[in-house]
Every structure is written in structure tokens, then in C-alpha cells.
Write a protein that binds this ligand. Structure first.
Ligand code: AMP
Ligand code: MG
Length: 418
């Protein structure tokens, strides 16, 4: 028997995250792609508007464009209708003392300073009776009300949501300059792992983490190479690491990072690069391995010819939580995203947890109809059901018991899973 690895001092969650993030700088490599294909990609450059939006004064109602000075009688003026302006047509200047029939989105004719909605008018032969005295500017969306020409509408580092794509399109951007996708290699260790579809032998379990982690990586927009289960042999593990390092930004593994475990991931990474084994004062989670694997320098690369390595614990809830709290912000930083921290809510605990833990707990909880939080009864790191039942994680500081009615920090999965 080899001597057991001495226990490393426990790292605080924030400290571990800061160390990871300080190592992650945005990957090189950008591409220009059609705006229609850019959902979830990360902008590599600011998007500046070349025009005002809307590009002209537009009517926001179906009705009549008038000049307020022409309405001398309060709430009753009869004006001849001098033109009809549908959306998409250039108007004539408004003749003094007349009204123009106008529709939503149409250009307000020069000279008009208000729109009267058609519900506040009556048609009378070729005239219109205006039954309302509008304020100047009423129902007009001014040129540039949304966007001013020359302004930055989307800064570099923005992850493109559907509404961000819409905004880029509203200023006429047909293409966007984005960073290339982060390339992640993933593999799994453990002789007990079996793929769904295969019979389960005695002592075996299904490789559920493969599905969870693949899904998490794909949601982040990564280009994923999945090496599946790598045979638990040093040469096989080293060969996989070398192969993966050549074509990826990050190698992610799952399992075999617990203290003292007989496993080949740790010696393989040490032989192919460098590795720090962390004990993080968190629950679930705790063990996390962070390091890098050497690779031949790629074209155009001057600095560190290394591919990052992160080894996650094997317990399904531990790997899920450590991914969300550490790997997600790390990958987003590599992807060039500016805002990587999830936004938390302050919510009322509708439960009591009288026993304080010395570690930072991430409790699976869900929002009840009263707006408070219910706790999943079994918080074991092996109980994956809790992650499906829950809406998010309560970030409970070390040595802190929770009393019902107390406000706690809740990080919704909606913040962590995008
Ligand atoms: P380990 O981190 O390898 O010590 O594994 C801790 C626990 O997680 C053990 O019960 C493993 O069987 C389980 N485990 C490891 N990898 C996986 C996986 N890919 N899917 C599901 N469970 C796993
Ligand atoms: Mg294992």
C-alpha cells in the first residue's frame, strides 16, 4: 500500500473560483458569421449602429397626422384629408390646415407634429373630424428614440440572445464578428460505468454524468469531443490526454479525483502536464483537479502551448454543482464573455436546517407558490433527483444553520444553465 496523500488545506469556494478565472483569458480566433446563425455566440467586437432607429419619425398608431397649431377649437376640428401614408411609403410635407391619413409604422410627414388615433376621429366625406386635442409629439416615435447613430448597441463580450440578434438586425447588421466556439474534450473514468442500452452487470451503474455534462457543455455553446469511458490504464489515459490536448481548449474529466483514490487520471495529467488537486470547502463537490496538458504549439501561438484540464468529482450532484459553479464561468471566460457570475435572488427559506456544516453548502431547493424556498429532503451528492426537482441552489455559507423565515441566497438554475 502506498502512503495516503496528505490532505490539502481546504480552499474557500470564492478563492478557488478566483484562481480559476485568473487563469482563463479569452481564446484567440474570431469569425464573421450571418446574424441569423449567431444565437448564443459571443461578440468579439463592439456593434456600433450606423443609423438612427427608427430612421425617421414614425406613427405608433393608425390615425391622422396633424399640426397641433391647426386645431383651434378644443376637441372638435374638421380638416380635409390631404394624403394617405401607409407604412413603407415616403410622405409629402403636410399641407397646412389639413390632416394626413396615416398607419402604424408609417413616416410622419414633415410639418405634422402629432398623431390622433383613429378612435378619436370621425370620417366625414373627404374630411376628418378630430375629437381630441393632442399634445405635440403624441403617438410619434421620434427618429433615434431607440438608437442613436454611432452608439455602441452591443459591447464585445456579449452573449447573443434572441433579442440581441434582433437589436443587431434593427441597425442592419447582416453579419457579426464572434469568437470561435470553445473546444472541450470530455472523458469519464470508472470501471463501474455502463452506457444506457447495455445490460447492467453486478456492481455497475449507468454513466449518467456523460449525459449531464454533455448537455451542460452543449448549452454553453461548446464544440464537444466526447471520448466516452477511457480504460483505467495509465498509457490509455495519457494517450487520450495527448490526443485531446492537440485540438481542444479544455479537457474535462469526471471521476477519480477524490483523495487517495487509485486512479490513473492524476498521474497521467502530471506526466503530460501539471496538476493541482484541490479540496474545496463546498458541499456537494469538494475535490476538483485543475491543471494543464502540454501540446505542440498551434499555428500563430506564441505563449503557453497548453490545454487546460479540469477533473470533476464523480458523484452526480457533485459533478453537476462543480460544473455550474466553476467550469461554467471558466468556459464563459475562455469564450470571451464579460459577465460570467450568475445573478442570485434573496428569498425566504420556508424550512429549517438546524445543523450547520463547516463547508459552503449548495442546497437543492425550489420556489414554492408562496414565493419561498422548499428544500429537497435528501441532499446527498449521489441523489440526482434533487437536481431535477429543484429550481436552483441555495448558497449557504460555512457554519450557518438556516431558520425558517430567514432570507437566503438562491441561485436559480435559469442563471446557471444558460
Ligand atoms: P469517484 O469521483 O470516481 O470517486 O466517484 C464517486 C462516485 O460517483 C462513485 O459512486 C461513482 O460510482 C460515481 N460516478 C463516477 N463517475 C460517474 C458517472 N460518470 N456517472 C454516474 N456516476 C458516477
Ligand atoms: Mg471512480
Amino acid at each position: 500500500m502506498s502512503t495516503p496523500t496528505p490532505r490539502a488545506p481546504m480552499l474557500a469556494t470564492a478563492e478557488a473560483l478566483a484562481t480559476l478565472l485568473s487563469a482563463a483569458s479569452p481564446i484567440a480566433g474570431t469569425e464573421s458569421i450571418p446574424t441569423l446563425d449567431a444565437l448564443n455566440r459571443v461578440l468579439a467586437a463592439n456593434v456600433t449602429s450606423p443609423l438612427d432607429v427608427p430612421p425617421m419619425n414614425t406613427s405608433s398608431m393608425d390615425g391622422y397626422a396633424i399640426r397641433t397649431a391647426d386645431l383651434t377649437v378644443r376637441d372638435y376640428s374638421r380638416l380635409p384629408v390631404s394624403q394617405r401614408i401607409p407604412a413603407g411609403h415616403a410622405p409629402e410635407p403636410l399641407k397646412p390646415g389639413t390632416a394626413a391619413r396615416i398607419f402604424t409604422g408609417a413616416t410622419v410627414p414633415p410639418g405634422a407634429d402629432a398623431i390622433v388615433m383613429q378612435e378619436q376621429t370621425e370620417a366625414a366625406d373627404a374630411d376628418v373630424v378630430i375629437l381630441h386635442s393632442p399634445e405635440p409629439g403624441e403617438w410619434i416615435t421620434a427618429q433615434g428614440a431607440d438608437i442613436r447613430s454611432g452608439s455602441v448597441i452591443l459591447p464585445a463580450g456579449t452573449r447573443l440572445t434572441p433579442q440581441a440578434l434582433g437589436l443587431a438586425a434593427s441597425v442592419g447588421c447582416a453579419e457579426l464578428v464572434v469568437r470561435r466556439r470553445v473546444k472541450v474534450a470530455v472523458f469519464f473514468t470508472g470501471d463501474e460505468l455502463t452506457m444506457p442500452g447495455e445490460p447492467l452487470k453486478p456492481g455497475a451503474i449507468y454513466n449518467s454524468n456523460r449525459f449531464t455534462l454533455r448537455g451542460l457543455l452543449e448549452k454553453l455553446g461548446c464544440e464537444v469531443t466526447d471520448y466516452g469511458i477511457v480504460a483505467d490504464r495509465l498509457d490509455a489515459t495519457r494517450a487520450t490526454l495527448r490526443e485531446a490536448a492537440g485540438a481542444h481548449d479544455l479537457i474535462l474529466t469526471c471521476g477519480g479525483v477524490s483523495v487517495g483514490e487509485e486512479d490513473h487520471v492524476k498521474p497521467a495529467v502530471e506526466a503530460e502536464g501539471r496538476l493541482a488537486m484541490w479540496q474545496i470547502a463546498m458541499k456537494p463537490g469538494k475535490p476538483l483537479a485543475f491543471g494543464a496538458v502540454r501540446r505542440a504549439a498551434r499555428h500563430g501561438e506564441t505563449s503557453s502551448a497548453e490545454t487546460f484540464f479540469i477533473g470533476l468529482p464523480g458523484n452526480p450532484v457533485s459533478s453537476f454543482a462543480t460544473f455550474l459553479l466553476f467550469v461554467r464561468p471558466f468556459i464563459l471566460s475562455l469564450a470571451g464573455v464579460q459577465a460570467v457570475a450568475p445573478r442570485a435572488l434573496s428569498l425566504r427559506a420556508d424550512f429549517t436546517q438546524s445543523k450547520a456544516d463547516r463547508r459552503n453548502e449548495f442546497l437543492r431547493a425550489r420556489i414554492n407558490p408562496a414565493g419561498g424556498l422548499d428544500l429537497f429532503p435528501n441532499q446527498s451528492s449521489a441523489v440526482l433527483t434533487s437536481t431535477v426537482w429543484g429550481d436552483g441552489l441555495i448558497d449557504n455559507p460555512p457554519n450557518h444553520a438556516i431558520s425558517a423565515g430567514e432570507t437566503v441566497r438562491f441561485i436559480p438554475f435559469s442563471e446557471l444553465l444558460n
